[in-house]
Design a protein around this ligand. Sequence first.
Ligand SMILES: N[C@@H](CCC(=O)N[C@@H](CS)C(=O)NCC(=O)O)C(=O)O
Length: 382
Amino acid sequence: MLEPNGSDTAPMNDVHTPSPALRLYGADISYFSAKVRAYLRWKGLPFEEVHANRDVYRHTIIPRIGFPVIPVVHTPEGAWLQDSTDIIDTLESQHPDPSIQPPGAVQQLVARLLELLGDEWLLLPAMHYRWHHNRDWAIQAFGALAMPEGSEAEQRSAGERSAGPFAQAAELLGAEPAMHAAVEQAYLGLLQELNTHFEQHPFALGAHASVADFGLYGPLYAHLYRDPASGAIMKQRAPAVVRWIERLSAAPVQPLAAFPATGQIPETLLPILARQMREQLPDLTETAHRFQAWLTLNPDEPVPRVIGKHAFRLEGQTGQRITRPYALWMLQRARETYLATRGDGRVAADQLLDQVGGDAFRRFEDPPPLRRDGMSVALVSA
Ligand SMILES: N[C@@H](CCC(=O)N[C@@H](CS)C(=O)NCC(=O)O)C(=O)O
């Protein structure tokens, strides 16, 4: 069944023929919709996008998924997929060529690490810049999405309502006023490192786009390039990042270039991985400790989306942020890739991790195996 409900069928992107197409419920302003959209385009999978307005949430997303979220993908076979990572994994297993998975063990590890960086850590600068530098624009954009036919005033008040929880999330994720300078310093440092990388390589791992690119593209396109004040910073400071975004926004160039030879990791990724190890890994370590403690006290409870707050460090400053077990599920993917790597591959992975200060990743004390459960996780054994 392709038509979920008669009232929401306004495909916005109809250039991908022929039908039957995948249907992506998403939005231009949405981080994880951008990740899935870039993937679908790169793969050349026919799709049409439905803007998730109020009616679409009410009549399609909430009844099908159980809670309000985008992106959601409806397949021509009738499956409803939620969560950008599961959407990409599922479609990738159905359409393996051209693969977005690089062939080498170390490349696969780096791809998973950069996916984790994009999906989880860059939430902080993305939400900070959107809600502390582009707030009026974002409220209007949320309003226009919710009520495309509404007047400016109606859109504004719908925007205030629907943007509320997202605006609050910027502070909850750690962008409290005292941390603004640190968040910006870290982001501008990363932007510079990414610019140096993309001056020399078309994609994260070289000649071919991988899951690393789609993970990074979510925040860097949807928030940090599209939001006007953030886009101005990117255009001024990081033109090679802008060109990478534009490359990923276009259809794939056929035939696709091959991944670089097994094992090769561009040198220009090392400062980016070192930053991730310095900034994100301590945060994930603390998240895992909090999660273990929570599990001990609540062995039979469903895991909530947030289990309190913890301290984190950025650019020498200490802030507070919410503790989200979901981030551990994303980390688990990178850890599984690492732990499955044996022999020469493991030696090379360890050498790379040593070069980037990745001891905390190598020796991470994994929580019990997790599966995704909506916007949180559950124990695989539960
Ligand atoms: N991890 C999920 C996150 C999806 C997500 O956070 N989507 C945002 C829009 S980009 C949303 O709808 N959030 C609703 C909420 O946070 O309650 C994914 O990868 O799809």
